[in-house]
Design a protein around this ligand. Structure first.
Ligand SMILES: C[S@@+](CC[C@H](N)C(=O)[O-])C[C@H]1O[C@@H](n2cnc3c(N)ncnc32)[C@H](O)[C@@H]1O
Length: 220
């Protein structure tokens, strides 16, 4: 279970950085190497808290550990979620997606031992063509602390539609995010996922504003 202090620590950090950088709360500078370095330096201290939660999330995927699956990590950043995917599914082919080159520099270092299994795709989730270079279909799509960055409801809804379209009919989407930042929290996000086409959604863990939401393409 994540400690509330850790969940809210994310928001406190946003507050401090917003103040320091004269920005509004929750605004990030993911294209700045200095900002990314600082964010990771602080966030790495929470990796040990997040790892077991992410591993628990991945057990929801109805896939054999030795399966040669195709996996996408949306907003993969420095690769913490991807790292857990490769621990549980060592034969997976993994695509890390993000729009931050400095984040990918960190991810390449972190995942260097798995480089033959990994592709990196830089694109902006706000661009309707963000999926153009991805090698779909995927068996599993994961995401961690990324989609809330879109802020606008219409952009998050469009992202969920794209994720749905990228998955196989047997596919699953597992998302660990700050769902509680919008009105209606997890319930609102689940309704958007259902509107995007997912037949089944579940919230499997919640420590507001954080939660894990799973979405299945088909309800089998
Ligand atoms: C809080 S970090 C999370 C990184 C990683 N998934 C994790 O759990 O540690 C958010 C990530 O989302 C990415 N991101 C934010 N907005 C994005 C956008 N519009 N398009 C693509 N990536 C975006 C950032 O560059 C950053 O790497």
């Amino acid at each position: 279970m994540i400690a509330p202090a850790d969940a809210h620590g994310l928001l406190c950090y946003d507050l401090i950085m917003a103040d320091r950088c004269d920005r509004s709360i929750g605004e990030h500078q993911w294209h700045s190497r200095e900002y990314v370095d600082n964010w990771i330096e602080r966030d790495v201290t929470r990796d040990n808290v997040r790892r077991p939660i992410l591993q628990q999330m991945l057990t929801l995927a109805p896939l054999a550990p030795e399966a040669e699956i195709n996996v996408l990590d949306v907003g993969a950043g420095y690769g913490l979620v991807s790292e857990q995917v490769l621990r549980i599914f060592p034969r997976a082919s993994l695509t890390l997606h993000d729009y931050s080159a400095p984040m990918f520099e960190h991810a390449r270092r972190r995942l260097r031992l798995h480089s033959s299994r990994i592709s990196y795709v830089l694109s902006d989730l706000r661009d309707p063509a963000w999926t153009a270079e991805l090698q779909a279909p995927f068996d599993l799509i994961v995401s961690g602390l990324a989609i809330h960055n879109l802020r606008e409801q219409s952009l998050m809804q469009a992202c969920y539609r794209s994720v749905y379209e990228l998955l196989r009919p047997t596919g699953i989407f597992l998302d660990y995010d700050l769902f509680g930042l919008i009105e209606g929290g997890v319930g609102t996000h689940r309704s958007w996922l259902q509107a995007a086409g997912f037949e089944r959604t579940e919230c499997t863990w919640e420590e507001p504003p954080l939660a894990i939401v799973a979405a299945w393409v088909t309800n089998t």
